[in-house]
Structure formats: C-alpha cells, structure tokens
Ligand binder design. Structure first.
Ligand code: AMP
Ligand code: FE
Ligand code: FE
Ligand code: ZN
Length: 284
C-alpha cells in the first residue's frame, strides 16, 4: 500500500488557525503517513507536534518556512530536519520574530494614518505567537468590523502596493540556505509558482539549494510538471505540501496535496548526509 505525506503545514505558532494537536488529528483523518510543520520563521510548535504525531503513529518531519530575499523579491525557503537547538538557528529565528513584531507596529501606524483605528495590542492578542504576520492584522480588521473578509483586508490594505504594506525580509536566499545547512537541515524553495519569475531559482541552486517544492496547492498541474522537469534537470530534490493554514477559507487544505513517501525518504537521506559523522571508537 502506498503511503503519503504533506510537507507544508502551519499552526497557531505562526499564521495557521490549528493547534499542533488539531493539525495532527486532521492528518490522521486524511490517512497521512508523514507530515511536516513549516511555520513561518519559528520552530516553536515542533515539540508539541512531535508528541501528537507519536501518539497518532504519524511520522513527524520538523521544519520552518524562512523568509528570504532574492533579487528584491520575498521568497520562502523551507528548512527541514534542522536541529531545533542549533544556537545560530535559534539566534536568527529570534531576529526574524523581532522583525515580525516590529512590523506589526509599522503596519498598524500605516492603517491609523488611513483613519483605520486599530491597535497593535489588538493584533498581538489575536496572533498570540512570536511570529505574527499580515493574516493576524487581517483577522483583527475583520473582527473590528473594518473589513468583511480577510481577502478584503489584503486587497484594500495589506498586499504589496497597498497603503499598509510593509516589507519584512532581511536575509538573502544564500544566507537562509547556509543557515539551514549549518543546522543539519535540508533547504527547499517553497512554492516557486508564486514568485514573479523563475529567475530566483538559478542563484538559489548555485547557493546550494537542495530541492524545489513542485507540488503545492496553488500550483496547477502544468506548473507542477514544469517544476518537476526543472528539478530533474538540476538534479535537486522534489517535495510538496498543501500549505494548509487551518480553517481559513472553507475546508482545511491539509491532505489535498500529498506526495509519495518516496520523496520523504530522499529528503531524510539528504539530511543524514549532512549530519556530523559519529566519532568512531578507537581500535585497540
Ligand atoms: P506575512 O508573512 O506577514 O507577509 O504574511 C504572508 C501570509 O499571508 C502568507 O503566508 C499567507 O498565509 C497569508 N496571505 C496572503 N494573502 C492572503 C489573503 N488574501 N488572505 C488570507 N491570507 C493571505
Ligand atoms: Fe502563511
Ligand atoms: Fe510561503
Ligand atoms: Zn507556508
């Protein structure tokens, strides 16, 4: 029998609506054999998710979706199987989180300048996590009655070129990849179909990118084929996932994009290659 995995999921520790336990319960209903947690710029949810996965007999792949920049564009690099205790990784994640928290204040100031009375405290109360983002601002705008839906909040205020847009990237793709590697992890370009062009890919591969997320809920079949071909041509790994953010629009996406377990095995093999070699006992 084939086994399947969903390697792109968010919880309340970033902009998802599910707790780690709720997410695992959905994974079990979908019959997934393995799942990864890829919250934005944090690995905080991984401990609880690992525990819940163990109880549900689902394999857990720890991860995070790092915010990076390539050619002036924000791109996301998924880091899988990193050592969550790696000191440099922890330092950098803490910096990302501070940037995200400061950015909420900047976004709120811009909204206030547009005569939208909302406070950073209200947004932070909704976010209730260290890695707040625009979806939390959108939820606060809906809750206060300034927008009817989150989509409206993004369209009117939060999207790029809209009045309350604030960029947040700080790290180049090259730095993000190096950070993941030094923590023993595998670096995958998230949802390449969502960027302006494929021009971001060659420099990332040059910087040591391990793979491409070919399967994603926003990639139509033709696009998936295109990236599968690109992965083959460049000899890099293939991954995929739904990018489920919980109960946002209708049915949660978890399990709607599922990849064959074979891809998980290749991902794990790459991480194993990156782990430091065990110290060999001295022969007598
Ligand atoms: P941020 O990381 O703060 O820049 O916010 C980006 C996140 O906003 C993405 O990861 C999506 O989860 C979310 N997002 C983008 N557009 C929308 C939208 N129209 N409605 C709801 N969430 C969105
Ligand atoms: Fe998100
Ligand atoms: Fe993303
Ligand atoms: Zn994501």
């Amino acid at each position: 029998m084939s086994a399947f995995a969903d390697l792109h999921l968010h919880t309340q520790f970033s902009d998802g609506t599910f707790s780690p336990e709720e997410l695992v319960s959905h994974a079990r209903s979908c019959g997934l054999a393995a799942i990864a947690l890829t919250d934005h710029d944090t690995m905080e949810g991984c401990v609880r998710m690992a525990l819940a996965c163990r109880e549900a007999a689902i394999e857990f792949i720890p991860g995070s979706e790092l915010t990076a920049e390539q050619g002036g564009e924000e791109i996301h690099i998924l880091g899988y199987l990193m050592d969550a205790e790696n000191p440099k990784l922890l330092t950098e994640l803490a910096k990302f989180q501070t940037i995200r928290q400061n950015r909420i204040h900047e976004i709120v100031q811009k909204l206030n300048a547009k005569k939208v009375p909302i406070t950073a405290e209200a947004v932070m109360a909704i976010a209730n996590c260290r890695a707040p983002g625009r979806p939390h601002v959108a939820r606060a705008l809906v809750k206060a009655g300034h927008c009817a839906t989150m989509d409206e909040a993004f369209e009117r205020f939060l999207k790029k070129h809209r009045p309350a847009w604030v960029p947040k990237f700080k790290m180049s793709a090259e730095e993000a990849i190096a950070l993941i590697h030094q923590a023993g992890g595998v670096a995958i370009l998230a949802h390449p179909g969502l960027y302006r062009s494929d021009d971001v890919i060659p420099p990332a591969i040059e910087a040591g990118l391990d793979g491409i997320e070919c399967f994603h809920s926003k990639h139509p079949p033709g696009m998936t084929e295109h990236y599968l071909q690109m992965a083959t041509e460049n000899g890099v790994l293939v991954t995929g996932g739904s990018d489920c953010h919980g109960n946002t629009k209708g049915r949660p996406l978890i399990g709607t994009v599922r990849i064959d377990y074979e891809f998980v095995e290749r991902l794990k093999a790459r991480a194993d290659e990156r782990k430091p070699l065990p110290v060999r006992p001295v022969e007598p």
